[in-house]
Design a protein around this ligand. Structure first.
Ligand code: AMP
Length: 495
């Protein structure tokens, strides 16, 4: 198998761009897919983000499109020839950035369109003419309907993260888009799994595809210090605060498994004086952007989030990640803790494990291929009687109307629209997909955030007012010694 980019006979313009990226050898998906795509074959690839799959399809597509390359300013000379469809704005943005870098020394143009943004600037870009169009399905249909782009010269289609596009309910949109494209084309489909739905999609739209499978890297970075603490559910919040203080952490991500749990935890931490914001699937696009911006700028210290809301977010180098809940899907653990300890920086990943988590921990051990040591933690229980006042703020006691709010949220989180095309009828336009978390800039610790984090301030206040009588030291026992039988598999609220 070819390993070096130089063996591919790519044009000097593309080779130069690859060399500038600093890539030395091809990743497995690149080594397998690039030669096949260069031959013009359809591909069904099992590969995920992080495997180098963007270059795996972009480089050969650019190479093949070079025969159309021209320096004309006329939009007609730059029709859309390659269409890359992705489920979220964030992913679309990421891929479009890479396409731009790889095409940097060619005259091939590219742009990206996605929802949640003003259509006008996107329209202006489209009207100038682009060879590579990266898009989310809903917004692309908006542009097609507005006649902002013509797709009758498309030669290549990439359905990237196809499983997620189906999860979100984009199938009808995809069917519609594909119906606008020339039948004679190369189609590449990438998906994390080959579920029956994905196979059906491939059977309908791919011709004699070459199947390529690349194992997902389940390795966690060695720079991340990982701890699994055996905790009681009721102690999680207190232990979280204790670790934040003891470690002198400035900011952290806190992952929970459900929208309801996320909202509830964020509210109670907020009530206890911690600078917290929540990010979950029931938040509007605007609220999610604000939450993210607040975290990125250092205006909030804790971002409590669910996997679905945080999926694909380009927030890296967070000093610490807490798994307040062990994720239902073991793979999400790798994804969650991948947000810390990047690029050689040290990071901290702390997971709270309760007796109910035996099955999930088993899954995680299987995925990571190693035994996970559970640690006991000395917890300074700090539970004062409800109703005490702390700096004028009522702490450790939920307001009376809390239940009503939570019940409302629980109801809302169960209301999910069905999105299926009626059999035998042309696919209807799908309802708009849930707002994507769309954030361009990577996380950068705020330079301005010299102020101590909220848990330190809260602790100082606590230390001043707490009576010595209410501080107990409690040894937490090792996990599963007397663990009850594993509970039945919980159903994630958001998936
Ligand atoms: P992707 O899976 O396409 O999102 O790529 C994940 C990351 O791997 C991106 O930051 C790429 O720049 C990087 N990458 C892609 N191909 C290579 C390669 N051959 N060698 C090193 N890094 C790569």
């Amino acid at each position: 198998m070819t390993q070096s980019f130089s063996e591919l006979s790519l044009s000097p313009a593309i080779e130069r761009a690859v060399a500038e990226m600093g890539y030395e050898t091809m990743t497995p998906i690149q080594a397998q897919a690039i030669p096949v795509v260069l031959e013009g074959r359809d591909v069904m690839g099992a590969a995920q983000t992080g495997t180098g799959k963007t270059a795996a399809f972009t480089l050969p597509l650019l190479q093949r499109m070079l025969k159309h390359e021209n320096a004309s300013t006329s939009p007609a000379r730059h029709p859309v020839r390659a269409l890359v469809l992705l489920p979220t704005r964030e992913l679309a943005d990421q891929v479009a950035d890479q396409v731009k870098l790889y095409a940097k020394y060619t005259n091939l143009r590219s742009t990206v369109v996605f929802g949640g943004m003003d259509m006008k600037p996107q329209t202006a870009e489209l009207k100038k003419g682009v060879e590579v169009l990266v898009a989310t399905p809903g917004r692309l249909l908006d542009h097609i309907e507005a006649k902002n782009c013509v797709l009758n010269q498309v030669e290549y289609v990439v359905l990237d993260e196809a499983d997620r596009m189906l999860d979100i309910g984009f199938l009808p949109d995809l069917q519609r888009i594909l119906s606008y494209l020339p039948k004679q084309r190369t189609t590449l489909l990438f998906s994390a799994t080959f579920s029956p739905e994905i196979k059906r999609l491939a059977n309908s739209y791919l011709q004699d595809p070459v199947t390529i499978e690349v194992a997902r890297s389940n390795a966690t970075a060695s720079t991340v210090e990982q701890h699994f603490y055996r905790v009681e559910d009721d102690d999680k919040r207190g232990i979280l605060k204790q670790i934040l203080r003891e470690r002198g952490l400035k900011q952290a991500f806190v992952f929970v498994n459900s929208k309801l749990g996320c909202a509830r935890l964020a509210r109670s931490l907020e009530r206890e004086g911690l600078n917290t914001t929540a990010l979950h699937g029931d938040k509007s696009q605007d609220e999610r952007l604000k939450a993210l911006d607040a975290f990125k700028s250092g205006a909030v210290d804790l971002l409590v989030c669910t996997d679905v809301a945080a999926r694909g977010l380009d927030i890296k180098d967070v000093p610490a990640v807490f798994n307040f809940d062990i994720p239902f899907n073991a793979e999400d653990y790798v994804h969650r803790i991948g947000r810390t300890g990047r690029a050689g920086a040290s990071g901290l990943a702390v997971s709270f494990v309760s007796g109910r988590d035996a099955r999930l921990m088993g899954d995680l051990e299987k995925l990571l291929g190693k035994k996970l040591e559970l640690e006991a933690l000395e917890f300074e229980a700090d539970r004062r009687p409800a109703g005490r006042f702390n700096d004028g703020q009522r702490a450790w006691q939920a307001p009376a109307d809390d239940d009503t709010t939570e019940r409302r949220e629980a109801r809302a989180s169960r209301e999910r629209p069905e999105r299926t095309a009626a059999p035998g009828r042309p696919p209807a336009r799908a309802p708009r997909a849930p707002a994507d978390p769309l954030f361009d800039k990577p996380y950068e610790p705020s330079a301005a955030s010299d102020a101590p984090p909220s848990w330190e301030v809260a602790q100082r206040a606590t230390t001043r007012t707490a009576s010595p009588n209410i501080k107990t030291r409690k040894k937490v026992p090792a996990l599963f010694k007397s663990a009850p039988a594993p509970a039945p598999a919980p159903v994630p609220e958001e998936s």
